[in-house]
Design a protein around this ligand. Structure first.
Ligand code: SF4
Length: 442
């Protein structure tokens, strides 16, 4: 169990200098005890104190890495039960399952095509899991080799048979796959294999008590890159176990559960399977293994992951700059909006639908929407004028007209005065842009 805030406080300099961002050393100690601050934030702490505080400053859930190079998937290091308390850090790894009894090459190729571009972001399915259903070590090895030849993404190797795992690791150990799984029956050999190849290891009990016990045994053998699996497969039980892992690790600093967790879907219907995976992703799986391999099945899951793992205190923003829609000329209309990504992409979609080549100037409002930015003086005559001057618009169009959102029609006079540009008041809602464009610029 970690140190309390008062115990930590005894080791701090007690100067209340605020260099760590906390108002006092005591406030910093409390934040450290609850896992909401890192000891590195205090530049004045002594080496002796650092050593003493090491366990308190360690994240309640260890960081575990699967894969290599650009395809490393980082798991764990979470500090919260509820996302709104701070944020979740490392998005759940989504692993598509390939059985060694199916057409391995075909499914691996389909997996590689699972990439999406949406609202200016790339969504990827980042892990592939190969499972030994054949019971044949040679066949499993061949399947693993085939998948490894088709994708560089992080791998999960699933078999409780140490001989099959050893065979598979002969071909992909350098890819640092997640070895799944060590059980009460095989943990000595599985730990030896995973530790010897420096690969992370799933520890699978029959329930959470046996999982805690097994973690202790595997740690005793010297391996500490672990991932938890309570062994449950029924949705409500998995959810309860994942919640217990997270609560006991974060709230009680119960070290055997201070590792990321993995969950496996069981539903056969693809839609139900994606919902089940979404439940596990929400609370609190760090890896979800599922069979679904179709874009329409995975896109909702990846969109849900994006929502869960964005920082709730930080709006999602696009780069504040001048964007071309189509191939605009020096006569093309110019629309103004903010750099809140949702607003920008809605405006872009509507401008695109008008089929009139145009430009959109996204003004830096810190990623907030038009009305919020206006209320906070971030979408004002001054900031817009600065954006117009700074983006080179004057050299790209021969007219001097910009369209502002109808919601901020009140800016027209001040903006015309400040910028010297004619201001056209556009529709209040983005949905009106297509008609507005056709009426005014076609
Ligand atoms: S930086 Fe260190 S010494 Fe200064 S207030 Fe924070 S904890 Fe105290």
């Amino acid at each position: 169990m970690g140190l309390t805030g008062l115990e930590i406080y005894k080791h701090l300099p007690k100067t209340n200098c605020k260099d760590c961002g906390s108002p006092t050393c005591l406030a910093f100690a409390m934040a450290l005890a609850s896992g909401k601050a890192s000891l590195d934030a205090c530049p004045h702490v002594t080496d002796e104190a650092k050593e003493a505080l090491d366990s308190a400053s360690a994240p309640p859930i260890k960081l575990v890495k699967v894969g290599t190079g650009d395809h490393v998937v980082e798991l764990g290091e979470e500090t919260e039960i509820f996302r709104h308390d701070k944020r979740f850090f490392h998005p759940t790894g989504v692993a598509v399952l390939i059985s060694d009894t199916e057409d391995v090459a075909a499914k691996a190729e389909a997996f590689e095509g699972l990439e999406f571009h949406r609202v200016g972001m790339d969504f990827v399915t980042d892990m592939v899991a190969v499972q030994c259903d054949s019971g044949d070590a040679a066949k499993f090895k061949e399947a693993v080799e085939t998948v490894a030849g088709k994708t560089e993404k992080a791998m999960v190797l699933i078999t409780e048979d140490p001989a099959a795992m050893e065979a598979a690791l002969e071909v992909v150990a350098d890819r640092k796959p997640l070895v799944c799984a060590a059980t009460a029956d095989n943990f000595e050999k599985m730990t030896e294999l995973a530790k010897g190849k420096e690969c992370p290891l799933v520890v699978r009990g029959k329930d959470i008590n046996e999982t805690a016990e097994l973690v202790g045994k595997v740690e005793g053998l010297g391996h500490k890159d672990l991932v938890l699996d309570s062994g449950a497969r029924e949705t409500s039980k998995v959810l309860a176990d994942l919640t217990q892992f997270r609560r006991l690790a974060v709230k009680k600093k119960f070290r055997p559960f201070g590792y990321p967790a993995i969950a496996f879907t069981t539903k056969e219907d693809p839609r139900e399977e994606v919902v089940q995976a979404g439940v596990y992703m929400s609370k609190y799986a760090d890896v979800v293994v599922l069979k679904a391999c179709e874009k329409q099945q995975l896109l909702p899951l990846l969109s849900w992951r994006l929502n869960l793992y964005t920082d709730p205190q930080k709006p999602i923003a696009v780069e504040a700059k001048l964007y071309d829609v189509g191939e605009p000329t020096d006569d093309s209309p110019v629309y103004l909006t903010t750099n809140f990504s949702l607003t920008y992409f809605i405006v872009e979609g509507e401008v695109e639908s008008s089929r009139i080549p145009s430009r959109i100037l996204s003004v830096d409002t810190g990623g907030v929407s038009v009305l919020t930015a206006y209320a906070d003086n971030k979408f004002s005559a001054e900031t817009i004028t600065e954006a117009i001057k700074g983006c080179g618009l004057e050299d790209k169009v021969k007219h001097r007209k910009v369209v502002i959102p109808g919601h901020v029609a009140v800016l027209k006079g001040a903006l015309e005065e400040e910028s010297g540009w004619e201001v056209i008041v556009g529709p209040r809602e983005a949905s009106g842009i297509t008609k507005f464009a056709k009426d005014n610029f076609a």
